[in-house]
Design a protein around this ligand. Structure first.
Ligand code: SAM
Ligand code: SF4
Length: 392
């Protein structure tokens, strides 16, 4: 009923599954030796937590947010995300169906989850995506601002020109488009495939459709796009989007990570301030989520006075302490952390259909959620899984 695995061999531990105050069963939780050494809290009795009322992990962090990967396929092959040789794709039959995703989302919303983000791979590759958004948006979530589950999506934008209007109409609450450069040749190089005009057209289609919550995500890469950070900001601001700059993370065992390319968030801010001829200061409030990984910054002075951008300092400004999320891979595996390989078989729990099975898997993942990641600036400490399979 319950599965836990890691990509690397390691020690097996026994953990109890608790439900409604009763110990239901003992399960074997596998974790890597090095994981256990890095975070002794994963061992022994911390193998699972009771799932009652709302989701809380073993460190009492409340989980309100789930990232749902719809596919591990992509129409781009970004150099920091997708291994050059590709990945072993999930068979279609292994993907969670829309019915399963809807059932799962309803269960999660009943446990206090207010927000779900659709990601991938490239989520727009799933057929009938607006239908899924509509179905998810109709799920009641008492804690959510409008009483229904809030649904968001992150996309590379390539297929947005034909989809943006339908997604907005289906009630998508926010849309993040990933874009690392405004130079078509550099875009082709970093994505190993893509045509920049399609993304720009996609952004425009979303804007025209009145899509709320538009954001632009850029992985800041020294020697690649550091000279155009301000241009990406202005591109976003001109289209009603909030630009955000992400530090590159050593996923895929560090194989795609180049230490010299990391641009620390503080450097990103200094660079943008210099390029805009202004200063920047912390910005709080409004639509800018306090619980998310991004910190937001307001431009002071110059032509862009009052504009806001975000930085996501996964490597240099750790935000694990306020982590509020779980992740589900395209394969239907529940990952407590982006930065570790432990995963629990949610798909099997859903398909077995036994009452309580999903809660048990949730309890196991919450019981194993780590205090913090161990990403290292030299590229070590990360998981074996590539980003493409888990969706950021
Ligand atoms: N295909 C969609 C896209 O590109 O927006 C959704 C999936 S993608 C994995 C989600 C986000 O993860 C993107 O914004 C991408 O830039 C970011 N990302 C991918 N690999 C990364 C890495 N190694 N470090 C930091 N961010 C990464
Ligand atoms: Fe595809 Fe997004 Fe990964 Fe690029 S970052 S390869 S667009 S999943």
């Amino acid at each position: 009923m319950l599965g836990a695995h890691t990509a690397v061999g390691g020690v097996a531990q026994r953990g109890a599954i608790w439900h409604s105050g009763r110990r239901l069963m003992l399960v074997r939780l596998r974790t890597t030796t090095s994981d256990a050494a890095r975070d002794p809290g994963v061992a022994g009795e911390h193998g699972a937590v009771a799932v009652r009322g709302v989701l809380r992990d073993r460190l009492d962090r409340r989980v309100r947010y789930v990232r749902m990967s719809l596919t591990d396929r992509c129409n781009l092959r970004c150099t920091y995300c997708m291994p050059r040789e590709g990945v072993d794709h999930v068979d279609r039959a292994e993907l969670l169906t829309f019915e399963e995703i809807e059932r799962l989302a309803a269960a999660l919303a009943g446990l206090g989850v207010t927000k779900m983000r659709l990601t991938g791979g490239e989520p727009t590759l799933r057929r009938d995506l607006p239908d899924l958004v509509r179905r998810l948006r109709s799920i009641p979530s008492i804690d959510a601002t409008d009483g229904r589950l809030r649904v968001f999506m992150t996309t590379n934008g390539i297929l947005l020109p034909g989809l943006a209007a339908a997604l907005a109409e289906a009630g998508l609450c926010g849309l993040t488009v990933s874009l690392d450069t405004l130079d078509p040749d550099k875009f082709r190089a970093i994505t190993r495939a893509g045509a920049l005009p399609r993304v720009i057209e996609g952004v425009e289609a979303a804007r025209v459709a009145g899509q709320p919550g538009l954001k632009l995500n850029t992985v800041a890469i020294r020697g690649f796009n550091d000279e155009e950070l301000h241009a990406l900001c202005r591109f976003a601001w001109a289209r009603g989007m909030t630009p955000r700059f992400i530090e590159t993370m050593p996923m895929a065992g560090g194989a795609l990570y180049v230490p010299g390319e990391l641009m620390p968030a503080a450097q990103v801010r200094a660079q943008i301030a210099g390029q805009l001829g202004a200063s920047v200061r912390p910005h709080h409030g409004g639509d800018f989520e306090a619980a998310g990984p991004a910190s937001y910054w307001r431009v002071d002075g110059g032509a862009d006075d009052g504009r806001v951008f975000g930085t996501i300092g996964a490597m240099t400004e750790n935000f694990c302490e306020r982590c509020n999320r779980l992740r589900i891979s395209a394969r239907g595996q529940l990952h407590g952390c982006l930065a570790y390989d432990d995963a629990f078989d949610l798909r099997r729990a859903l398909r077995d259909g036994e009452e309580g099975a999903v809660r048990e898997v949730l309890g196991a993942a919450l019981g194993q959620k780590r205090a913090a990641h161990d990403f290292r600036l030299d590229g070590g400490g990360g998981p074996v899984k590539p980003m493409i399979g888990i969706g950021g």
